[in-house]
Design a protein around this ligand. Sequence first.
Ligand code: AMP
Length: 424
Amino acid sequence: MNILIIGSGGRESAFAWKLAQSKQLSKLYIAPGNAGTSQYGTNVPLAVTDFAGIADFVLGNGIDMLLVGPEEPLVKGIHDYFLNRADLAHIPVIGPQREGAQLEGSKDFSKQFMARHGIPTAASRSFDQDSLEEGLAYLETQQLPIVLKADGLAAGKGVLICETLEQAKAELRAMISEAKFGDASRVVVVEEFLRGIELSVFVLTDGDTYKILPSAKDYKRIGEQDTGLNTGGMGSVSPVPFADSAFLDKVEQRVIIPTIDGLKRDGIPYKGFIFIGLMNVAGDPYVIEYNVRMGDPETESVLPRIESDLLDLLQGVATGTLAERSFTLSPKTAATVMLVSGGYPGDYVSGMQIDNIESVKESLVFHAGTREENGVVKTAGGRVMAVTALKDTLFEALQQATADAGRIYFEGKNFRRDIGFDLI
Ligand code: AMP
């Protein structure tokens, strides 16, 4: 099979690494990819939302399957674009159509979905310009802290946790009336604050049945001990020690089954990954968010633990035969440490030469924001590379990944040395 992966981050590098191991793979392409993905396939200089360009490439190169990494093309309807074109409709796309992608593209949609199907989540109400005054009055009746969420995609920045009533009122006004997050905050979900530990559970579905992939925990803050600004993710571990079988059984019964059934009952076709962000509140799972694709950097910890052929599972999704496929998991623990550019998540400089990648012998290196220039690998983004170690114990995996993160060099390099150590 010839596969085209859409995206350019560490997640897509991990997909490329994994699919390149499949005996069923003929040719692998990554659009646009990065300096690392070219080890596993051919990079194609196309933007992830250039649907017409992607379509031409697919038809011109005998592509048999499209695997969509990031949310933006899904929310913008890349899958619908393929289905609506007679010359492309037969090519499977892994990732939901626009309607299913609303689970991530609209927090209001996902809250309504959860309410309709009895899926545990924080109590909430949504407000817009017409109901702003009602929203301000509602805030006065709520406990603090309170969570405000821009309805639409806001590059991971649209969630505010407000500690005071004044702050919550000012932010609700700014989001709705002053378009603090542009169109994304035209509607705002006001949500109860949940106290607990977060983790992510990943599900692959063909719309009928599902497979539960390994769970993971990610680390979002830039600073050690979870301090400082939020980032796209500074590291991850899989499995999550506190997600034992009793907890995961609750997740399956209360969240996963009602989610898959709910999609069916609502008549929403869904072929792809569902990333369920959960809060473990005193042993009970509550959904914080759905994402309609794999996470980054969770994918870099999750995929190395899948021992069997990922392409076989994806074919099961494409052909509606996922129930007939099985997969095996490594009992080992994966730990991922992300190398980022100096200054990130604020302003940072790109174009720094990256050295000593080859000195990493015992971890996997997944490129993210990198590009190649005359044979030299340079930084080209905030999050530059993910270093993943797979070991018998969490402690060994963390030590190895952290040590190997230290071996790679570029000017301004930053990484967290405490990823996962809170779980030991
Ligand atoms: P989201 O974009 O919905 O994942 O929210 C971003 C982050 O905000 C989450 O990863 C949580 O750390 C936090 N968060 C979101 N909703 C809540 C909530 N209801 N209670 C506590 N923390 C939350």
